[in-house]
Design a binder for this molecule. Sequence first.
Ligand code: ZN
Ligand code: ZN
Length: 443
Amino acid sequence: MGQGLSCGTSDEHGLFTAVQCGDLETVKALFERNPSLVHHCTVYDRQSALHIAAANGQIEVLSMLLDKSVKPDLLNRYKQTPLMLAAMHGKISCVQKLIEAGANILMFDSLNGRTCLHYAAYYGHSDCLKTILFAARTSHIASSWGYARFVNVNDGKGATPLHLAARQRRADCVHILLDNGALACASTDGYGFPGSTPLHLAARAGSLDCIRELLAWGAERLQRDDLGRIPYTIALRHKHGACAALLNPSSAEPLVWPSPLKFISELNEEAKHLLECALMEANKEREKNILKGTTYSPTNSDNGLDDNISEVNDTEICCICFDQVCTIQVQDCGHQMCAHCVLALCCHKKPNPTTTSPIAPVCPFCRSNIVQLDVIKLEKDDGSSHDVSSTKLRKSRRSRNFSGGSSSFKGLSAVSSFGRMVGRGSGRIAAENEYIDKPIILD
Ligand SMILES: [Zn+2]
Ligand SMILES: [Zn+2]
């Protein structure tokens, strides 16, 4: 304050410009000349150099400031931290660096009472979102506040990060949040229309991708907002016809990710990815059927199901559906089936949130309890094994139709598949298994 105004302001202006464009040398020189500049802020918004560096992704300047022991949680006029600005602008390296430097992920701004997680979700920066969630899971927040509570943290109007992601059509973020325990059926207080669920907000935004994710994670089509409207009504009102078709309570129920099952919550990343893809694929098939009768063309997000097919050996075909390749091995019995059939088995009944212990499915071949699901490593011709989740292996439609009509094929395939089984399975399909009784699963 004591220094000459003209010199101070021009240095200050020079500093903020240099920070903004990442001119490290100039920033260093200015600090050498006037060390007190470290604590200066912009006049109106009270942004510090750290805020400006974070918002512009100037990682070198940001690191240098933190090395000068600038506190990571400085607040601007709106009580936003540098971490919030980095998350807002998707500056992942700054998000990481700030968190490393001890930035608090549980700060609330004064604009809307939002955290850095809200910002990442609202602006759709899934990498920042993941980094913040990882920090929450591994920090004291998890034990003091509770990880689930952090994932579902409310802003000033009762909106969780999931509400914001759904409203802004950020399907990637919706997926990550749901996967981390975000509540699909939470209602807002004042955000959007009071009582809105993420599904109401996705319906309003007309985001088919978000609706698909939400439904697959158990969002309720019949839940009403405070005005008594279901998401279907909202989609119709905003003329999102395809969304409305999926949200119509009388259209087919989607498969829902069986999160309450113990072995599902314990899946390794690979197996989880495989099953999630199978779930989305199965639900897209349902969508096609729902939209077939309407004027809306089926989703174009069908990412080439039939391209990218490798011909596979018949012995690798799942002997439940005779369509897909066996990719999952049931433990402990060692029986094998495709991801689609595993899902159909597990999603057979929509998880009921009121029952704490859902009835776990058993292996359809030997009826032993499923302890764990593992991804099968396939042997390539060159002898190296590769990960089935990285390539979409599927028997081509043509050969599928071929084999579908031939009962001798089925017999052969079944025998060879059984022959490959390891473990203590008898190889006999349990006849009274309810799943086998109702094989109408995926198509
Ligand atoms: Zn199958
Ligand atoms: Zn078995």
